[in-house]
Write a protein that binds this ligand. Structure first.
Ligand code: ADP
Length: 884
């Protein structure tokens, strides 16, 4: 045992040593290779950096020179005839130009080589490099290149007659330092780099040859004493200077390693150079290397420590194993003792298992019972709906009977209302059972959010108006036209809450809806609906129970308002399925606010994009007239988002003034959006007055949160082209605008596109006699002819036995003996005749489950009406589906 322990220790120490040696060698190798790579990398980065710097400086010098050439040209252009009258005028002109352009010398040269300066004449033309006789373009040269009084000379050819002579050249002189001031020739970056300009012969245009290290004035002379690195030479460099090529040389000068980079300056024979002193770079590299080596050493030590730790752990583990072996032997003895005890326990456990089996059987039974409950509810719903269909249908027919007395009509209306209430109850109970059994699921379909809001607003503005409640709906900020989610369920949520708000708000009160997108992340948006009413409110005690099923604050509510207490329980469940939440604040007698958030998926669809728009937003101008500031600003924002500019005014009076102004300027608005309900002059009157001014130039659309059927005729007479529901949506706006612009004045004849139902032949498949009877009556009311089939099979045969186009539509009950509606529809759609695919088939069903609707659409049904069928809904569906 002792021997084993010792040998483990030995192995551990030897292993540790080997690893340490490998690590140290690796570290040294890594340090070396890193330092070499660093030198290379730093060098190439420095060269890149130098090239970049030189390029930029060169540009600055070239720009300075070009500016000066331009200056001379401008100065000579400023010369007038009077300036050439005599020498005195000429000198005065030169003095002015020198001052104006801050020049040291501004001179002219005549054909004989005489120089005219502002101070007098000069005869030293041979000091200048340009040739006054042959000069043909701008020339830049240096005067006194070899001594410190160097001047940059910029000469351009001119042709100016003067006093019987002629000037051939105009030149200016500039102090070299001043000219290069913008280029900053001195050293920078803590003496790491120097730049300079040299003439082609190597003379420094500033005084610092090789950054001030050399005593010579000439670069080539200085470099004569330099030792060039491999691949570089003075000859090559001089050749580059003469041939005006970019280049770089590395060399040692006075024991200093340097790299010089040069680049020619256009328009001159000068070279711009950059000098970098390698010792400075090297210091930096050494710094970097030191850090690298330090870091890798740290890493190695860390590695070694970790390895040591692992070795220690292994050794510890070894010891532990020995201990465990001992413990095992002891415990085995104890175990034998305990086995007897265990036997008893097993007996007990078996009993437990038996019990849990019994429990699980009970659970299965309960689940089955639950399933049975759901099936029962679904069937019951069907069973109840079938007679309800008869009740509502017959009630409707009786109500329309001209012989019914007012008293009878009153009874019939009460029967209708109770029947509808009963139906709502059945729907709620069905929903609740679906929620309880976890069968409530959400659809994920693209839907038009704008249509949803439009629809809700039409419904509730109508209801509110009837009750004398003020109803408003605002959209804050931007909301897309389309989202992906469950349209019908969202509608149900809004209808539940808004229904309560209107129901519990007495006449004279207000119901406000605000919609806002509060988050838009990745592909999802969270929308918030705030529904505020000034109704009867609720007490603090009741609020915590508001979302419980069958909860009502006051049981008399049921009678007074006709409700079940299920609406909000269902609503809360749906909202939570939509990853949202619902909150309520309320005060007795003051009112209630519901805040609902739901998360929907963003849709790429947008009506304005996928429709063929012939309207060019940039060319449109719109006037918005609304007394409600928020609604007006919202409309403006919606238009802005589609690129249409608009003006916004708060009253009819202002609007009329604006329109007059625009008309006078012959810039009429293309469109005027007028709110209907406004104080003083209302929308219709405003429109009438505007129409009188603009004639046929502008389209006028009325904006309203209310139903407009009642005022349609008045509005058309006032010259209104169309109506738009508030709040404004881009898609609806574009749609309406297109329509309005197209058929501006012909709206009165507009409603004739719908099919006329008179004389149409309908095939009705319905097995329940009384339902069939009602349906026939409903259809015959609009003078349609009806053929009845008692089941799906007969319906198929009847369709087949009649010629193409004989029937205009088929009304198909879903549950029928022999052949059900779905199968019949599929069979008809699969027939090989021209009308089999086209004939509208409308499903009639007592079962309002969403799943059924979906299945019926898949089978090829065009529409789905749930029983009891509302005659108006049926007519509307037939009108829209039958070809006109
Ligand atoms: P229902 O309206 O069918 O009775 P709900 O679940 O929709 O059932 O509502 C439950 C109860 O909550 C209502 O009976 C009413 O007492 C109260 N309630 C809901 N909304 C409001 C509201 N806006 N103002 C006052 N009370 C409300």
């Amino acid at each position: 045992m002792t021997l084993g322990k010792n040998s483990t220790l030995l192995v551990a120490i030897t292993g540790g040593l080997i690893v340490a040696v490998i690590l140290i060698i690796g570290m040294i190798w890594m340090g070396r290779s890193a330092s070499q790579s660093t030198v290379k990398a730093v060098r190439s980065v420095s060269l890149l950096y130098l090239n970049e710097l030189a390029g930029r400086r060169k540009q600055v010098v070239e720009d300075t020179l070009n500016n000066n050439i331009a200056t001379i040209k401008v100065a000579t252009n400023l010369m007038e005839e009077d300036d050439l009258k005599n020498l005195e005028h000429l000198q005065a002109f030169q003095t002015r130009m020198k001052k104006l352009f801050k020049l040291e010398k501004f001179a002219f040269v005549d054909t004989k080589g005489l120089i005219y300066t502002s101070l007098g004449m000069q005869t030293d033309i041979d000091k200048y490099e340009f040739n006054h006789k042959t000069i043909s373009g701008p020339e830049i040269s240096i005067k006194n290149v070899k001594n410190e009084d160097r001047k940059a000379v910029i000469a351009v050819p001119v042709d100016i007659p003067f006093n019987g002579e002629r000037f051939t050249t105009c030149f200016m002189e500039m102090d070299m330092h001043e000219m290069l001031a913008g280029v900053s020739m001195t050293s920078q970056d803590e003496n790491v780099t120097f730049n300079n300009i040299y003439s082609a012969e190597g003379y420094a245009l500033s005084n610092l040859v090789l950054g001030g290290n050399a005593t010579e004035y000439n670069l080539f002379e200085a470099m004569n004493h330099a030792e060039f690195d491999k691949g570089y030479s003075l000859e090559k460099m001089m050749q580059d200077f003469t041939e005006r090529e970019n280049g770089v040389v590395s060399f040692t000068y006075e024991g200093q390693e340097e790299t010089l980079c040069y680049i020619p300056i256009a328009g001159t024979d000068w070279m711009l150079t950059y000098l970098i002193q390698e010792n400075v770079i090297r210091d930096k590299i050494i710094g970097v290397n030191k850090k690298l080596i330090r870091d890798s050493a740290m890493l190695s030590i860390l590695n070694a420590l970790v390895l040591l730790g692992i070795f220690m752990y292994i050794m510890g583990q070894n010891k532990e194993n020995t201990r465990l072996l001992l413990a095992k032997e002891t415990s085995e003895a104890e175990l034998r003792g305990k086995q007897a005890e265990l036997g008893e326990r097993i007996v007990l456990q078996e009993k437990l298992i038996q019990q849990s089996h019994a429990l699980s059987d009970a659970l299965t039974a309960a689940e089955e019972a639950n399933k049975a409950k759901t099936i029962f509810l679904s069937n019951m719903s069907h069973e109840i709906r079938t007679p309800m269909n008869a009740i509502i249908g017959l009630d409707n027919i009786a109500l329309n009977d001209p012989e019914a007395t007012p008293k009878i009509k009153d009874y019939l209306t009460k029967i209708r209302d109770s029947a509808h209430h009963l139906l709502d109850l059945i729907n709620d109970i069905l929903d609740m059972s679906r929620i309880e059994s976890g069968r409530m699921t959400l659809k994920n379909e693209e839907f038009s959010f704008s249509d949803l809001i439009k629809n809700i607003n039409t419904l509730f503005s109508g209801q509110s108006q009837e009750k004398g409640v003020d109803y408003q709906c605002h959209i804050n900020g931007h909301i897309d036209d389309y989202y992906i989610g469950d349209n019908m369920k969202l509608r149900q949520v809004l209808i539940n809450i808004l229904g309560n708000a209107v129901k519990f708000t007495p006449s004279g009160g207000k119901v406000d809806v605000e919609v806002e997108r509060i988050a838009c992340l990745d592909d999802k948006s969270t929308l918030r609906f705030m529904i505020k009413d000034t109704g009867i409110g609720m007490s603090k005690d009741f609020l915590p129970h508001i979302f419980d099923a069958f909860a009502q604050e006051d049981s008399s509510t049921t009678n007074k308002y006709g409700s079940s207490g299920l609406g909000l329980a269902i609503t809360k469940n749906i909202v939570e399925l939509m990853n949202g939440n619902i909150q309520v604040e309320s005060e007795k007698g003051k009112g209630t606010t519901f805040i609902v958030t739901v998360t929907l998926m963003n849709s790429k669809l947008s009506k304005t994009e996928d429709e063929d728009i012939k309207i060019n937003p940039q060319e449109m101008s719109v006037l918005i007239v609304d007394d409600d500031e928020i609604a007006g600003q919202h409309a403006k924002l919606v238009l802005e988002n589609i690129g249409i500019a608009s003006d916004f005014v708060n009253s009819g009076k202002e609007a009329i003034e604006m329109v007059k102004l625009r008309q006078a300027r012959r810039l009429p608005y293309n469109l005027i959006l007028v709110d209907w309900k406004m104080p003083e002059i209302d929308g219709v009157e405003t429109a009438r007055q505007i129409r009188a001014i603009v004639g046929n130039d502008s389209a006028i659309i009325i904006l309203t949160a209310y139903r407009w059927d009642d005022v349609l005729e008045d509005a058309l007479k006032a010259g209104i082209d169309s109506f738009l529901a508030k709040p404004l949506f881009a898609s609806a706006f574009m749609e309406e605008l297109q329509g309005a612009l197209k058929k501006k004045r012909s709206m009165s004849k507009n409603n004739v596109q719908k099919a006329d139902l008179k004389g149409r032949r309908i095939l009705l498949a319905e097995d329940v006699e009384i339902n069939a009877e009602i349906m026939v009556m409903v259809l015959e009311t609009r003078e349609m002819e009806v053929d009845l089939a008692k089941n799906g099979k007969i319906a198929v045969e009847m369709f087949e036995s009649h010629p193409e186009g004989y029937y205009d539509a088929i009304l198909m009950d879903m549950r029928m003996p022999e052949m059900d509606g779905l199968t019949a529809t599929r069979t008809i759609r699969a027939m090989n005749r021209a009308d089999s695919k086209e004939i509208p088939i409308i499903a009639l069903t007592a079962n309002a489950f969403d799943e059924d609707v979906q299945r019926s659409m898949q089978a090829g049904l065009n529409a789905h009406l749930s029983k009891p069928v509302e005659p108006d809904a049926l007519y509307e569906t037939l009108e829209s589906l039958i070809k006109a």
